[in-house]
Write a new protein. Sequence first.
Length: 201
Amino acid sequence: MNKPTNIYERIIEYVFIMFLFAVYSVLGLFLTTGAAFSAGFMSARERQKNETDAPTHVIFHRQFIDSFKPATFTWVIMVVLGLGIVQLYAWAFDPSSVPRLIVFYVALLYWALFHLYIYPLHSVFKHRGPLHVIKNTMLIIHLHPKVLFKMLVIASIMFLLIETIHPVLTPVALTLYFYLQARWLSPTFDFYIERVKAREN
């Protein structure tokens, strides 16, 4: 498969990644959405780095299989936590209790940030277990404020397109999501990859 050579072909590549994400999520009854997120990030990352001639669907499927167990486990936990935060919403919105609102918004913020970071981490790095990936996610969130700001921009774009404008724009939002996430997270990941390689040599 030839690499994309113009803007239109590159856009089609990211639209295809979004399509693969949707197919793998739906066919797995949405239990496989975490692994699909990981595969989507790796596919976008590989397309941007241009280091392989493998077709996008091959990259996606390979990464989907590689990260299936940890990413699926993470996805299930994140869904459970999300349901808990929904319940927290009713408890938090008491006009006389500012601390409750603070707890709710902090929980919601970190829940959203973990969605943006943790699946890419599953796709690039191997972890010893859930606590290890949580620790690495928290470190990257707090040690790289510029990247954090960019991730918040991604979350804002997603919210604007899907919630503020119309849910019909979800495919557009997901396409931008994979493109921007890979573009803005990859340099940070490359930094840590080089550090690991230097330590091993």
